[in-house]
Design a binder for this molecule. Structure first.
Ligand code: ADP
Ligand code: MG
Length: 278
């Protein structure tokens, strides 16, 4: 069987001219990513991780090279087609959560569906389901500022999944979180990938997260230094199918079941409760 990558990156470059100097943010990267893979991109600050991710997400244009999504060139797309690609095929999660402060969390999650033309009741219903699935069912009327960082990032994950995208890209999603919340966020992402077999690309500079990856891509100075294969995944040649929500629910259920009585008791008087949510 021929393995068709969901993302194929060919000689990708992004150069910035700063006066006489040229910053090679991404410098001749070649990479194929398969559907259902959990890819961790690891490298020091300034090595080009965000630049690479933004080009994959169609937010930034390469200086040279190509990105193919299921065989279709991104560079061949019109502005409108690119907007549709970003809206429907890509879910993005950022270090700063980027939630809108004036909307409650359900409205935040429903927002991508406004642009996709989903009617009000349907989009609110889906947003509520996603909010419940990330374990924030008791916080539906809350505004982002009323939640902990970990909870806000879970809202951001729910929002990224609203349109049921093919690919989830996460740029330092745990960068602003304490260790415990970070672990929770990572677990949600890992579970989404394992259970829904959807593609996740996570950028980080934390080497502890290498163990979750199917492949770790090490980047230095805009180039791939090496690729470490942890696990070979079963190849899927078609996107779509099973929804993410089921795998989110599985995480919530797992969490609920694993909560021992002592943990529950210990939490009662602790502000950790805010972080864990329901
Ligand atoms: P990382 O995400 O790995 O920290 P970035 O992709 O943000 O790295 O940046 C890679 C390099 O490109 C850095 O040297 C950065 O200063 C440079 N760079 C990124 N964006 C721009 C820009 N808009 N203009 C000029 N230089 C940039
Ligand atoms: Mg970055």
């Amino acid at each position: 069987m021929v393995r068709i990558p969901v993302i194929k990156i060919v000689n990708l470059c992004k150069y910035y001219e700063l006066g006489k100097n040229v910053v090679k943010a991404v410098d001749h990267i070649n990479l194929e990513i398969y559907s259902g893979e959990f890819i961790v991109i690891l490298g020091p600050s300034g090595c080009g991780k965000s630049t690479l991710l933004n080009m994959i997400a169609g937010l930034d244009e390469p200086t040279a090279g190509e990105i193919y999504i299921r065989g279709e060139k991104l560079s061949g797309k019109t502005g409108k087609e690119l907007a549709i690609y970003r809206r429907s095929k890509i879910g993005m999660i950022f270090q700063q959560f980027n939630l809108l402060p004036s909307l409650n969390i359900v409205e935040n999650v429903a927002l991508p569906l406004v642009f996709s033309g989903v009617p009000y009741r349907r989009r609110m219903k889906r947003a509520e389901t996603l909010i419940e699935a990330v374990g924030l069912g008791n916080h539906k009327n809350h505004y982002p500022s009323e939640l902990s960082g970990g909870q806000q990032q879970r809202v951001a994950i729910a929002r990224a999944l609203a349109t049921n995208p093919w690919i989830l890209v996460a740029d330092e999603p745990t960068g602003n979180l304490d260790t415990k919340s970070a672990e929770e966020v990572i677990k949600i992402l890992v579970n989404l990938c394992r259970k829904s077999r959807r593609t996740i690309i996570m950028v980080t500079h934390n080497p502890d997260y290498r163990k979750y990856a199917d492949r770790v891509i090490y980047i230095r100075d805009g180039k791939i230094l090496k690729i470490k294969v942890n696990r070979r995944i079963k190849v899927i040649d078609k996107e779509g199918g099973e929804d993410w929500i089921e795998s989110l629910k599985a995480v919530a259920l797992e969490k609920k079941n694993s909560k021992s009585k002592e943990e529950q008791k210990a939490k009662d008087n602790s502000k950790e409760e805010e972080v864990v949510g329901v």
